[in-house]
Design a protein around this ligand. Structure first.
Ligand code: ASP
Length: 350
């Protein structure tokens, strides 16, 4: 064992499926309007002849439509789930090449969707297209390949959905895109990295999820009828009322101040209470980058607790939205949905 609790016997060997969805990684400049657009590779591996040196069998598939990830839809997550389900037993690991804009949402969505996952599913991408000389695509992709094929004492080192980017492996449902210009695009503000690459790839074994596993399955449902309200000083009654009266609204993420606080004006509390009484699930996520929601600290938090708002603890907004979409579609009992929202189910909070 080394200082990170890393056992000896880490090997890279096996079969990896690469799923290409689009994103800057593989984009090209369209000379007609000078804009970056997704490019439909036949085989991205042709760009990396050096991967032949890795002792790996690699297959490449694309989503049925290659996209800029700002156009991602729930159906794209379902298609990713179908590809992984169909190939689950034939591969040791999966890489999803994805645009960075919504990578944290997609990684969160898949973390909830893939049940009893015992293999690595590694999202990666790039800030500069692979065709550019200074592109970060090569480093991100090759290290992601090593991670997706890594075995420790015979079993997959990583058994969860992650993002590998700019030398760090992060839990997918803890990550956020924090940078649009430099290469360090992702951070995981409330959970430490799972691995760091340098001369070696150091896995932080104590941070990895290893759960008792049942049979792998994919839960495809996502409920789209959810909304997000970000609080701000001056937010007005008509705006909040309109959102909460959207027909068939099932869930609301309230992006609150500090440790989960919201205006305690009677109009605000009463709109939230009415929505909850009518069956809308309201989830409290802080606008703070770090820290926890605590609805029992201030009067401005307590009124939310009293009307039945569920605390999101230290969950990211990206994970909160996808967790809510997932639970609302796959569970029918409202009490159970609220209980699971408050609990850590896939390493996303706590
Ligand atoms: N707009 C691009 C996308 O998300 C940005 C990127 O890939 O980094 O697809």
């Amino acid at each position: 064992m080394n200082a990170n609790g890393q056992p000896s016997g880490v090997t890279h060997k096996g079969k990896v499926l690469i799923i290409y969805t689009g994103g800057t990684f593989g984009m090209v400049y369209d000379t007609s309007d000078n804009l970056l657009k997704p490019y439909d590779f036949q085989n991205i591996v042709d760009y990396f002849p050096e991967i032949k040196k890795l002792n790996l069998e690699i297959r490449f598939v694309s989503l049925s439509k290659i996209i800029d990830s700002s156009n991602i839809e729930l159906e794209n997550w379902q298609e990713l789930g179908e590809i992984i389900e169909k190939n689950y037993h034939d591969y040791d690991g999966f890489i999803i090449i994805h645009g960075t804009d919504t990578m944290a949402y997609s990684a969160s969505a898949l973390s909830f969707m893939l049940t009893n996952l015992a293999k690595p599913v590694i999202f990666t991408g790039a800030q500069l297209p692979v065709s550019e000389l200074r592109s970060d695509a090569r480093d991100n992709f090759i290290t992601a390949l090593e991670i997706a094929s890594s075995k420790t004492e015979g079993t997959a080192t990583v058994q969860e959905v992650c993002i590998y980017f700019n030398n760090f492996l992060l839990r997918g449902n803890r990550a956020k895109k924090v940078e649009s210009a430099h290469f360090d695009a992702f951070e995981s503000p409330n959970y430490p990295p799972l691995a760091q690459s340098g001369i070696n790839i150091d896995y932080f074994y104590n941070n990895l999820v290893i759960r008792p596993k049942g049979e792998f399955k994919v839960l495809y449902g996502f409920e789209a009828r959810v909304a997000v309200v970000k609080l701000y000083p001056g937010i007005n009654e008509i705006y909040v009322k309109h959102i909460l009266q959207l027909p068939h609204l099932k869930g609301l993420i309230l992006e609150t101040f500090g440790s989960g606080n919201a205006p305690s004006f009677s109009w605000f509390t009463s709109i939230i209470k009415n929505a909850i009484d009518n069956g809308v699930v309201v989830y409290n996520v802080s606008q703070c980058y770090k820290g926890h929601v605590n609805q029992n600290r201030y009067e401005t938090g307590r009124h939310l607790l009293e009307v039945g708002v569920v605390s999101g603890d230290n969950i990211t907004t990206e994970a909160a939205i996808t967790k809510m979409m997932h639970l609302l579609a796959n569970e029918s009992d409202l009490m159970k949905i609220k209980t699971l929202l408050a609990q850590n189910i896939k390493g996303e909070l706590g």
